[in-house]
Design a protein around this ligand. Structure first.
Ligand code: GLU
Ligand code: ZN
Length: 321
C-alpha cells in the first residue's frame, strides 16, 4: 500500500508554502488509497520554536488534512540515528572530520550553498584536539533517479556535493541522515515535497543504498515564492495561514498545484474542499517549474507515482507496493 508523508520543521506556524507540500503529499497518497503520515522534523533542536509543532498539527486538522499513524518526532529518535551512523562507520562509510566552517570557506560551493567538502579528513582528522563531526563517504559514481514531476535527475555527489555531514561537531544529527532513517522506519513509499529538496535527494538515495534501505518514489512540487521571488517559508517570515479562513487557503494551494477548483469552492468547508480535491486530483497538472507567486502553470506528460518506486529501486531488493 502507498504511504506518503508530510515532514514539517517546527520553526514556525504552517504557512501557504508548507500547506502546498502538505496538501500535495496528502492528495498523492490518498488518491491511491494510501496512507498519509506526519513527522515533526525537530532534529535541529536549537531552531525549533516552542509550540510550533502543535500549531502545525492543529492547522492541518483545521484544513481537514487528517493523518494516519502516530506523529513521529525526530528529537526523540537520537538512538536510531546513532545506530545508523555506527553501521556506516563499521562499514568504513563514515569518518570523523575536524575542519571548521572557516577552513572550508574558500571551497567551491554546492548548489545548496554549502562548501563542497574536499575530503581533508578522509585519511584521518587534521586536528585531533577538536570536536569531531561525522561525514558520509559519498559514492564515486553518479546517483540518478526518476522524479514523477521533474523527470530524470542526476548528481555526481563526489564532485557536486562532497562527503556531507551526518552528525555535527555539536552532536546534532543532520537532516540528511534523519530523513532517510525516518522514511524507512515509517514505511514511506512515496515522498512528495518542495523542489527546494530535489538537490538533497541523491544524497538521501546514496545513504539509503548504503544502509540497505528501500528508495521511495519521489515527486518534487513547485515551491511557492512570494512577490520578491523569495521562497515562502518560515525562515523568510511568511505569514501563517489565517486560522479562521482555511478554505480560501486550501483553494489557493490547489490552484498553485495546477488543479482547477471552481471559485465557489472557497465558500465550502475544508472537508468538502479536500474531498473535491481527492476526486479531481491529477499529479500531471502540477507545474514542474519553480513558480513565481501564484501564476497559472503549464501542463506536462503524466507519470504515475505508483510506477515510480520500482523504477527507482534498482539497488534494492525490497519493493513496497
Ligand atoms: N523538514 C523539511 C522542511 O520543512 C522537509 C523535509 C522533507 O520533506 O524531506 O522543509
Ligand atoms: Zn575535515
Amino acid at each position: 500500500m502507498a504511504r506518503g508523508r508530510f515532514a514539517p520543521s517546527p520553526t514556525g506556524p504552517l504557512h501557504a508554502g508548507s500547506l502546498v507540500a502538505a496538501l500535495g503529499s496528502y492528495l498523492a497518497a490518498r488518491q491511491q488509497g494510501g496512507q498519509w503520515w506526519v513527522r515533526i522534523e525537530d532534529v535541529d533542536t536549537p531552531r525549533t520554536v516552542p509550540g510550533a509543532a502543535d500549531a502545525i498539527l492543529r492547522a492541518l486538522e483545521r484544513c481537514a488534512l487528517f493523518w494516519d499513524g502516530p506523529v513521529l518526532y525526530q528529537s526523540r529518535r537520537t538512538e536510531r540515528y546513532q545506530a545508523a551512523l555506527e553501521s556506516l562507520v563499521a562499514a568504513g562509510l563514515a569518518y570523523p572530520c575536524t575542519c571548521t566552517r572557516r577552513e572550508l570557506a574558500h571551497q567551491p560551493r554546492a548548489r545548496d550553498g554549502g562548501p563542497i567538502y574536499p575530503g581533508t579528513c578522509r585519511g584521518g582528522v587534521s586536528r585531533p584536539d577538536r570536536p569531531r563531526a561525522m561525514r558520509f563517504r559519498v559514492a564515486a559514481t553518479s546517483v540518478e533517479f526518476q522524479d514523477a514531476l521533474q523527470g530524470l535527475y542526476r548528481q555526481h555527489l563526489a564532485s557536486e556535493v562532497g562527503d556531507f555531514v551526518l552528525r555535527r561537531a555539536d552532536g546534532l544529527f543532520a537532516y540528511q541522515l534523519a530523513v532517510v532513517v525516518d522514511d524507512a522506519d515509517q514505511g514511506i513509499t512515496q515522498v512528495v515535497r518542495g523542489s527546494d529538496l530535489l538537490d538533497s535527494t541523491p544524497r538521501q538515495i546514496d545513504l539509503q543504498r548504503r544502509l540497505g534501505l528501500p528508495t521511495p518514489a519521489y515527486a518534487h512540487l513547485p515551491v511557492a515564492l512570494d512577490a520578491c521571488g523569495e521562497k515562502l517559508s518560515k525562515q523568510t517570515h511568511a505569514p501563517p495561514l489565517d486560522e479562521r479562513q482555511p478554505s480560501p487557503a486550501l483553494v489557493a494551494a490547489l490552484r498553485f498545484l495546477g488543479q482547477q477548483p471552481p471559485p465557489e469552492l472557497e465558500r465550502e468547508t475544508p472537508a468538502l474542499i479536500v474531498s473535491w480535491a481527492l476526486a479531481h486530483w491529477r499529479l500531471e497538472r502540477v507545474p514542474t517549474v519553480l513558480a513565481r507567486g501564484w501564476e497559472h502553470p503549464p501542463v506536462h506528460e503524466p507519470i504515475s507515482l505508483a510506477s515510480m518506486q520500482s523504477s527507482n529501486a534498482v539497488d534494492n531488493t525490497q519493493t513496497m507496493n
